[in-house]
Design a protein around this ligand. Structure first.
Ligand SMILES: CC(C)(COP(=O)(O)OP(=O)(O)OC[C@H]1O[C@@H](n2cnc3c(N)ncnc32)[C@H](O)[C@@H]1OP(=O)(O)O)[C@@H](O)C(=O)NCCC(=O)NCCS
Length: 207
C-alpha cells in the first residue's frame, strides 16, 4: 500500500473511465436548482471519495488505494453522488458483514460542505440500502458513530424512522483500541427492516 497522497484539485467533470453502463441505482432530486445522480461507485471514483474524506476533516481518511479498491469490491453496498456538472459531492461506503451477510454495515457517509443540509446524506443512505436489499436481501443496518457526531446520529435515527424500525446503541471500540485522542465508537443497530416497510425504490431510474 502506498501512503496517502495530497488531495487533488476538484474535478469539474465526471471521472474519466467511469463506466456507468451497469448502474442500477440513480437518484436525482432538486435542491436549490442542483440535482444529483446517485450511483454505485467504480474504481475510478476512488480518488473523489478519498478527496472528500480528506477534505471533511472529520472522517478517518483511509488511503486513496482503499477507496479505489472499495469501488471494485464493495460497489453493490456503496454509492457516490455527483452534481449534474459531474462534481462528486458525496459518498457512502458500506459492506455486508462476513459473519452476518444480511447486515449492511455503513462505514462512512460523507457530504461536501457545499451540499450539506439538503437531505443528500439521507438519499444516499436510502440508495445504498435499496441496492443492498436488491442484491443481498439485507434486513439490518449497522454503523459506528462517535458520541460527538450529532449530525450522524440524526442521520441514522432519521433512517430508522423512515423505515419504521428501531435504533439501538451499544459500546463498541474505545481509545484503547483506536488510539489516544480518538473518540469511542458506538455501535448503532437498526432493524429488522421488512421489505414492505421500505419507502424507496431507486431501481433503474430517477425518483
Ligand atoms: C453527517 C453528514 C453526512 C450529513 O450530511 P447532510 O447531507 O447534510 O445530511 P442530511 O441533510 O441528509 O440530514 C440528515 C439528518 O441529519 C440532520 N443534520 C444534518 N446536519 C446536521 C448538523 N450539523 N447538526 C444536527 N443535525 C444535522 C438533519 O437535520 C437530518 O435529520 P432529520 O431527518 O431528523 O431532519 C455531513 O455533515 C458530513 O459529511 N459530515 C462529515 C463526515 C461525517 O461526520 N460523516 C458521518 C460519520 S461516517
Amino acid at each position: 500500500m502506498t501512503a496517502p497522497e495530497q488531495a487533488e484539485p476538484r474535478a469539474s467533470a465526471p471521472s474519466p473511465g467511469a463506466d456507468r453502463s451497469g448502474d442500477a441505482t440513480a437518484d436525482a432530486a432538486p435542491s436549490d436548482d442542483v440535482s444529483y445522480e446517485i450511483v454505485a461507485p467504480v474504481p475510478a471514483d476512488g480518488a473523489d471519495m478519498w478527496r472528500l474524506a480528506v477534505e471533511s476533516q472529520t472522517l478517518d481518511a483511509n488511503s486513496r488505494y482503499a477507496y479505489v479498491l472499495w469501488g471494485r469490491d464493495f460497489a453493490d453496498t456503496s454509492v457516490i453522488a455527483r452534481r449534474d456538472d459531474g462534481l462528486a459531492v458525496g459518498y457512502v461506503t458500506g459492506y455486508l458483514r462476513p459473519q452476518a451477510p444480511h447486515t449492511l454495515l455503513i462505514w462512512q457517509v460523507c457530504v461536501d460542505p457545499i451540499a450539506r443540509g439538503a437531505g443528500l446524506a439521507g438519499r444516499m443512505l436510502d440508495a445504498a440500502w435499496d441496492r443492498a436489499v436488491a442484491t443481498a436481501g439485507v434486513d439490518r443496518m449497522e454503523t459506528t458513530i462517535t458520541p460527538d457526531n450529532e449530525s450522524s446520529i440524526r442521520l441514522f435515527s432519521s433512517f430508522a424512522r423512515r423505515h419504521h424500525t428501531s435504533i439501538e446503541r451499544e459500546d463498541l471500540f474505545g481509545p484503547e483500541l483506536l488510539g489516544d485522542g480518538h473518540e469511542p465508537e458506538h455501535l448503532y443497530c437498526i432493524g429488522p427492516i421488512t421489505r414492505s416497510a421500505g419507502v424507496h425504490n431507486t431501481e433503474g431510474g430517477k425518483k
